[in-house]
Design a protein around this ligand. Structure first.
Ligand code: NOJ
Length: 566
């Protein structure tokens, strides 16, 4: 049997990602909290999903909204207490929901005790927990940093006359994995959470953990590209295997790496079962599709093409056809909202495109990950003013543009499509003030379109809502193992409007038809046998006449259909 067909709960489960800061506030301080999540567990269970991934909830000064951790074994005060956490976990278990936490161990916070000690003196026992470059060795070789106004990953510290490394903000010093003590601390911390009963980790920028600690000038082959260089550390797989052997292998859990900088040719090094490293990862090819070449945050000037979108997904499907396992996602806390980005959030096309994208994610091979609010078709907020943005990424890039006399207006236009804050606005629960997220002042503005039907309350009672389509489609996936394990085959490869593919498992075969067009499109599929075809789902009422004898389909704008062929 193909390795990729071996049944596992984390292959069959559907993941629901929660950004706790924006999900549900119960204290009125404008920030979501753990009690808020507990309050909404029944809602989540009723969606039909199985696994909840929580963005970081650990103690943190919030320079990067929790991705800067000052205590890995404590809870962020704004979110609640460890008692709240324990209650949340046990309530989830009662409902049969699993919990995956975020593991952020490439870096911690500069307020973590380890770093506070480390910077005290060169002799401090924690000195070697971080990467320090003594100033007497001259200026350190260039390293690029996300979130740094000057894009410089080295920060000078006067007290010890040395620079420390921070691939992210100055408040996120990189941990030195080359030090076995650091690794053991991390493994102990992971064990602490597993022993509490969590079901897995999503691993933040995991390919960055191993570094060439001689810090050479960037080798020529990388041609100025830091991300692939950062993701290719010499001991990366040694560390992952060690982590697996010392911790992961002892539990029935799942792991998903954030595989920034990892291309198809290296994919199986991480997730081939036989290597005993990770279960799956998120690749970054889709993120790059609507961005300028080599630019993470700059929108591409021309429109992305459906053929490119198909190529990315087909290429990644092929990698895991025999071994390993993939993950499917269209947005998360770092990406703009999927319906605004890959669909069309205009009034005319919002419903069909949101539900078409649900159909897509839930009919591809690979574990599907949904991001809170995606189930109701939440859209990009498109803030006009820099004051409305809360993300360090936008704020510091803005500062850098101001410092360099750049085009601030063009930058804001770009952020309306690209910013991470598009995906971080509060969950839209109802038409109550602040969409029912908080009774106080939300930490980030709510998207006003909660008043126009994009909220849970309005959709839950409406049979033909995006939310109820989502639930139906979840059901379709669960009833049809072929949609989980079946082989994927692309049809109409060069068509720029319709994404069509089959999924086949033994005798079972499904056809998925997805329109990415604002026009009505006709296609012919004569290579398939429609004699016994049965429609499993469609997001458009008027579908009965779709299959004709000659298999000519007339597909409405953003329509999605799945047929069971045999
Ligand atoms: C990736 C996370 O998803 C992102 O939100 C964070 O800013 C960086 N890693 C740094 O931890």
């Amino acid at each position: 049997m193909k390795k990729s067909l071996e049944r596992q709960w984390w292959k069959e489960g559907i993941v629901y990602q929660i950004y706790p800061r924006s999900f549900q506030d119960t204290t009125g301080d404008g920030v979501g909290d753990i009690r808020g999540i507990i309050q909404r567990l029944d809602y989540i269970k009723n969606l039909g999903v199985d696994i909840i991934w929580l963005n970081p909830i650990y103690k943190s000064p919030n320079d990067d909204n929790g991705y800067d951790i000052s205590d890995y074994q404590n809870i962020m005060e704004e979110f609640g207490t460890m008692e709240d956490f324990d209650l949340m976990l046990s309530e989830m278990k009662k409902l049969g929901l699993r919990m995956v936490m975020d593991l952020v161990v490439n870096h911690c916070s500069d307020e973590h005790q380890w770093f506070v000690e480390s910077k005290k003196s060169r002799e401090n026992p924690y000195r070697d927990y971080f990467h320090w470059w003594p100033a007497e060795n001259g200026t350190p070789p260039e390293r690029w940093s996300f979130f740094d106004v000057a894009s410089n990953a080295w920060k000078y510290e006067k007290e010890t006359d040395a620079y420390y490394l921070h691939y992210f903000s100055q408040k996120q010093p990189d941990l030195k994995w080359e030090n076995p003590k650091v690794r053991q601390e991390i493994y102990d911390m992971m064990t602490f959470w597993f022993d509490k009963g969590i079901d897995g980790f999503r691993m933040d920028v995991i390919p960055f953990i191993s570094k060439d600690i001689s810090f050479p000038e960037l080798p020529k082959e990388y041609n100025g590209e830091f991300i692939p260089y950062y993701a290719n550390g010499p001991k990366l797989h040694e560390y992952l295997r060690e982590m697996n052997q010392k911790v992961l292998s002892k539990y029935d859990i799942m792991t998903v790496g954030e595989a920034i900088g990892v291309s198809v040719d290296r994919a199986l090094d991480f997730v081939d079962d036989d290597r005993k490293e990770l279960n799956m990862f998120f690749h970054f090819d889709l993120l790059a599709l609507d961005r300028e070449e080599g630019e993470t945050f700059k929108m591409r000037s021309d429109q992305w093409k459906l053929t490119e979108f198909k190529e990315i997904h087909s290429k990644w499907d092929a990698v895991f056809a025999e071994k390993g396992w993939g993950s499917m996602f269209l947005n998360n806390h770092d990406f703009p909202r999927s319906v605004s980005r890959w669909g069309n959030d205009s009034t005319a096309h919002w419903y069909n495109s949101a539900t078409m994208l649900h159909t897509f994610l839930l009919s591809m091979k690979g574990t599907p990950y949904f991001y809170y609010g995606e189930e109701i078709g939440m859209t990009n907020v498109r803030f006009n003013n820099i004051e409305d943005y809360k993300d360090i990424n936008t704020i510091n890039r803005y500062k850098s543009i101001v410092d360099n006399g750049g085009d601030v207006k063009a930058f804001i236009e770009n952020e309306k499509d690209a910013s991470r804050d598009n995906a971080r606005t509060p969950m839209q629960w109802s038409v109550a003030a602040n969409a029912g997220f908080t009774t106080g002042k939300p930490w980030i503005k709510v998207n006003e379109n909660y008043k126009e039907g994009i909220n849970v309350d309005s959709q839950i009672s409406d049979k033909s809502s995006v939310l109820n389509y989502f639930r139906r489609m979840v059901d379709v996936r669960k009833q049809n193992l072929v949609l989980i394990y079946g082989d994927y085959q692309l049809l109409l490869k060069d068509n720029e409007e319709i994404y069509a593919y089959t999924r086949t498992l033994d005798e079972d075969r499904c056809l998925v038809l997805l329109s990415f067009s604002t026009k009505k499109i006709s296609i012919t599929l004569d290579e398939l046998n429609f004699e016994t075809a049965k429609l499993l789902i469609s997001n458009d009422e008027d579908h009965a006449v779709r299959v004709k004898k000659d298999a000519v389909f007339s597909i409405k704008p953003y329509q999605a259909m799945i047929y069971k062929l045999s």
